[in-house]
Design a protein around this ligand. Structure first.
Ligand code: IMP
Length: 432
């Protein structure tokens, strides 16, 4: 299975990092293709906890080729800190490659993100305030600064000057802010350039070579399908395309290079930030999911909104990504909740029923999940390593999802540790 895309099937935070980390061991290269340090993943390895925002999840395997693709937006300060953090823990980061064409999150993008949210007031999106939206906006406006620009001080200065010019009005309040000083910015970014030069590369050929050799390449998505700027719950979305199609654009490979697309979903639903969430639980069950699932953001520490599993949204996700299999994480978090509920449709305010994900924002904003009850289980499932080890109710929960979505389950997460996972037959040769 040479080209495998891993995407979030919900609103992000599905546990993609752990899945990619496990697959990375079998892969020649792991390539991130969109998003930036708005993402965050935690990998638990024995007693050690690792948190990454930009560096692909495979970095913990010494020398593994871990690529930050052209579709990613990069905050060089954050990236430098992550590299430094790895060095301090004696982890070999020599496999890291950063696309010379990736766009940079500049200090003014952070300020614009902050100012944009403040201006929206109660209509704010709840962004991570990491400058993601303004950076992608500059990319589209052809005012972006790219990784390769930090290798040439003169070009860098010219480009920063051109990028800041149309923003003067919006940034007026920060006119004297040292973060916007042109000379300082140029100096800081040139010095990042010197330090990061060994990692900067023309990255698509890395993927082409591995794919030509029939090796496994994992394309690592960030955020999730419903945060996609085209297909998600706009405007409450991120500014990139977390869906599988973006793997081609953001890594520089053609669609025929993608053989498998796995969608990662929690056994329930969560969302951070504002926007529609039809199965949200604003009660004790929601609190229980948050506590048991430690549902607090890796990037911003914000409490995540929690709710039942949403089959309507997942069916949509199967279609827009062309999912070939599903990875279900955090099944253990549901232990002890009996009965469980799963949304199989939506009901609008006037009683209208929807079986398919509504395209219209007004419908989506007021839709509530129409749920069915499924039996829960009480046994500790963290030791399960095969589907057969699970209690019957947990197995029928998985069967229900497979049947409703029409795709098989490849992996099931039963705890936070690297080994607390079930590989099914669908994972094929990747399983061992
Ligand atoms: P931005 O990506 O920082 O612009 O934020 C836009 C929306 O996407 C907000 O609702 C964020 O909470 C959400 N978001 C961005 N990145 C992630 C993520 O990695 N996990 C979950 N939500 C995210």
């Amino acid at each position: 299975m040479p080209g495998l895309v891993i995407v979030g099937a919900q609103w992000g935070d599905e546990g993609k990092g752990k899945v990619v980390d496990l697959l990375a061991e079998r892969a020649d290269a792991v390539i991130r293709f969109q998003g930036g340090n708005n993402a965050g993943h935690t990998i638990v390895l024995g007693e050690e906890i690792y948190k990454f925002h930009l560096i692909p999840s495979g970095i913990l395997y010494p020398g593994k080729l871990c690529v930050i693709g052209n579709g990613v937006v990069v905050d060089l300060r954050v990236l430098s800190e992550e590299i430094e953090g790895l060095r301090r823990r004696h982890i070999d980061a020599s496999g890291l490659r950063i696309s010379a064409n990736a766009h940079l999150i500049m200090p003014y993008h952070l300020l614009l993100d902050e100012a944009g949210e403040a201006k929206l007031g109660s209509r704010e999106i709840g962004t991570t305030k990491r400058g993601i939206g303004p950076c992608y906006a500059d990319k589209a406006a052809r005012l972006g600064i790219r990784v390769q620009d930090v290798l040439d001080e003169k070009i860098l200065k010219e480009k920063i000057t051109a990028a800041i010019e149309p923003k003067r009005q919006t940034l007026r309040a920060y006119a004297k802010d040292p973060r916007l000083d042109l000379h300082q910015m140029t100096e800081d970014f040139t010095s990042f350039g010197h330090r990061l030069e060994p990692y900067i590369a023309d990255t698509p050929p890395i993927a082409w070579k591995a794919l030509d050799d029939g090796r496994l390449v994992v394309f690592e998505g960030a955020q999730g399908t419903l945060l996609d700027i085209d297909h998600g719950t706009y405007p409450f979305v991120t500014s990139s395309n977390p869906i599988a199609g973006a793997a081609c654009v953001g890594a520089g490979v053609g669609p025929k290079s993608i053989d498998h697309v796995w969608g990662v979903t929690k056994a329930y639903s969560t969302r951070v930030g504002a926007g529609p969430f039809p199965t949200e639980l604003r009660d004790g069950v929601g609190d229980r999911l948050r506590e048991a699932g430690a549902e607090f953001g890796t990037t911003t520490g914000r409490a995540r909104r929690c709710g039942w599993l949403d089959i309507v949204a997942l069916r949509y996700s199967v279609r827009v990504n062309g999912l070939t299999a599903l990875v279900i994480t955090k099944l253990d978090v549901l232990t002890g909740i009996d009965p469980l509920q799963v949304a199989v449709g939506y009901v609008g305010p006037e009683g209208a029923r929807f079986e398919d994900f509504p395209y219209h924002q007004s419908v989506l904003h007021s839709a509530r999940g129409e749920t069915v009850d499924l039996p829960g289980w009480h046994e500790d499932i963290s030791g399960a390593r095969e589907i057969a080890d699970l209690p019957p109710a947990a197995r029928s929960y998985l069967d229900f999802i497979e049947e409703r979505l029409g795709i098989p389950v490849a992996m099931v997460g039963v705890g936070p540790g690297r080994d607390e996972i079930i590989w099914t037959d669908v994972a094929g040769e990747l399983a061992r």
